[in-house]
Design a protein around this ligand. Structure first.
Ligand code: GRF
Length: 203
């Protein structure tokens, strides 16, 4: 099977997933990396890993739908089976989501349903939480609200700031995202009637 990764930033999650594919931990190959940000670190890393990559800059399009159609065309051309959002900072409309519904994942840097949206680590610190983490979920039209596949938890330590906490959470992200991608491709989990169905054959 063929995976596409959509990212806007540094791409550390992309690298973790690409390495898991390389090591056959994930039974798939990376078909395409798309970034909406021309100078994003993820494109440099994709180049260094000799992965097919392209920039589809949302600012070049008149509206959200035109931007998404451009991405959908590239994904279709690359025969992509599973789309993985990894720090992709554009909200996707139903038009895009319906094309990959059930094969579209996202990772969010909080223990959803706490802290959907941005600045998740600072919000957890400000709330005096004792733990934080990341969530991999199926993407549905409502932002950061799709059913959870897996979460990774870390302690919040005295003296933590948003950066130190983000770094600790990212270590977990690089563990749980490859795991979630593998479970989806193995049909260990599936999105059924808006819920995560866990295949009893794997339990
Ligand atoms: C991750 O922290 C992820 O949780 C959030 O954006 C960040 C992406 O980091 N959605 P990277 O670009 O994968 O390094």
């Amino acid at each position: 099977r063929r995976i596409a990764i959509l990212a806007s930033g540094a791409g550390s999650n992309m690298v973790a997933i690409a390495q898991a594919c390389e090591q056959a931990v994930i039974p798939a190959s990376i078909g395409l990396i798309i970034s909406n940000v021309p100078d994003a670190g993820v494109l440099v890393r994709a180049k260094n890993l000799h992965l097919h990559h392209c920039c589809i800059d949302h600012r070049q399009f008149d509206n959200r739908e035109a931007f998404e159609r451009a991405m959908l065309l590239k994904l279709r051309e690359a025969s992509i089976d599973l789309v993985v959002l990894a720090g992709f900072m554009r909200i996707l409309t139903d038009c895009f989501i319906r094309e990959y519904y059930g094969s579209l994942l996202n990772i969010h840097p909080s223990l959803l349903p706490k802290y959907p949206g941005l600045n998740t680590h600072q919000r957890a610190l400000d709330a005096g939480d004792r733990e934080a983490g990341a969530t991999v979920h199926y993407v549905i039209p409502e932002l950061d609200a799709g059913p959870t596949i897996v979460q990774g938890k870390v302690p919040i330590l005295p003296g933590d700031d948003a950066d130190s906490l983000a770094a600790r959470v990212q270590v977990q992200e690089h563990v749980i995202y490859p795991q979630a991608v593998r479970w989806c491709l193995e049909k260990k989990v599936e999105l059924r009637d808006g819920e995560v169905w866990k295949n009893p054959l794997f339990m």
